[in-house]
Design a protein around this ligand. Structure first.
Ligand SMILES: [Zn+2]
Length: 366
């Protein structure tokens, strides 16, 4: 478990047990919250699950919607929520449900639940995955570590590799390699390394994307549904801040053009791939505003407050983490208290270098 996940798990227990979150709520609660999800599917019975935080069950999704509403929050489409935030008007509290990437289970599993409950939602689509031109490298890496006892990374396959025999070694290997691939090597090299590994360990990258991602026909079906908003998530699913300005603009615009060509309309809302401090910069926020997006969501943890209206291209989100599938976490999240405590902990940890502390502690959520 990462430092951030451990922190939230501990703070949930303390806040829940002590009632502290209720005391803090008047100071920490915002006007709304944007929830972030990825996969929605039945629980996977495997011991090695480094991406477990990216999947929740349909039962938990149903509980979350119920709990959000019981807390007095109305679930709104992204358009309406952004309008309310920007107008700073009214006393209504609201929540937005968002899903990143464009997984097939969003259509097959999440959509029937949300349709039945009448809950609007947004899917941010990485068009390169729908076009089968991009790779789900983090899932491919999980599969390759699961299936092998050692991963050799050198270009020619020589030398000793990283041992991944036991569950502990597999988790350590996954953590070490994702850190390296998202922080040390460049975005293009990252994909080349995964492609090289896939060839060496006989892993079919294209079949993985085909199995997990929606098609354009699937998306056209969702686009015709009034409850659904389709937002942009770039074409190549790259960490924009790690690209040159020209490449970042190109990755955003290719995503926009592909959605427009296939779905007949331009996306108005955007989600940064990975969305953390390493993947998001002020430059990218300016690019998105210039292109004409109405909003852009990050994975910076937090609830929506009126102050966020000043930077609609850098909105925080609440990750519905598959490791904490208990509905009481919704009550805790909505008070805003866990995020305020987390920010305070980061502040204390990093002296007053808040941004540095945060960027070190925030793992990517893809
Ligand atoms: Zn993503």
């Amino acid at each position: 478990m990462t430092a951030r996940q451990t922190f939230f798990q501990k703070s949930f227990k303390v806040l829940h047990g002590s009632g502290l979150s209720r005391l803090l709520a008047p100071f920490t609660q915002g006007c709304g919250a944007i929830f972030m999800m990825h996969h929605v599917r039945a629980d996977q019975e495997r011991s090695f699950r480094p991406n477990q935080h990216l999947e929740i069950t349909p039962e938990f999704l149903r509980e979350c919607v119920d709990r959000i509403r019981r807390n007095g929050y109305e679930i709104l489409a992204m358009d309406e929520a952004v309008d309310l935030l920007k107008s700073g008007y009214g006393r209504k509290r609201y929540a937005v449900l968002t899903f990143d990437d464009g997984y097939r289970d969003n259509l097959e599993v999440a959509y029937p639940v949300l349709k039945e409950l009448g809950a609007p939602f947004t899917i941010y689509v990485a068009t390169g995955l729908i076009d089968r031109q991009s790779d789900l490298w983090w899932i491919a890496l999980e599969h390759m570590i699961a299936a092998n006892d050692e991963l050799v990374l050198s270009e020619d396959g020589s030398g000793t590799g990283i041992s991944c025999r036991t569950l502990q070694e597999k988790n350590a290997c996954y953590h070490q390699l994702t850190q390296w691939l998202t922080h040390e090597v460049g975005e293009l090299e990252q994909r080349q390394i995964i492609q090289r590994l896939a060839e060496r360990y006989d892993f079919d990258l294209a079949a993985l994307v085909d199995r997990l991602m929606m098609t354009w026909d699937d998306l056209r079906q969702l686009a015709s549904e009034p409850l659904v908003t389709l937002g942009a998530h770039t074409h190549g699913h790259h960490a924009l801040a790690r690209l040159s300005e020209e490449d970042a603009r190109k990755d955003i615009m290719t995503g926009v053009y592909r959605m427009q060509a296939e779905l007949g309309r331009k996306p108005k809302h955007f989600a940064y791939p990975y969305g953390n401090q390493v993947a998001v910069s002020e430059r990218d926020a300016r690019l998105l505003a210039d292109i004409g997006f109405n909003s852009a969501v990050t994975t910076f943890p937090g609830v929506l407050k009126s102050v966020n209206a000043r930077s609609p291209m850098l909105l925080p989100r609440v990750s519905l983490n598959g490791r904490f599938q208990d509905a009481y976490v919704i009550d805790q999240y909505l008070t805003g208290a866990p995020f305020a405590l987390y920010r305070a902990a980061c502040w204390a940890r990093g002296g007053f270098g808040l941004r540095t502390g945060v960027s070190r502690l925030f793992p990517s959520t893809r």
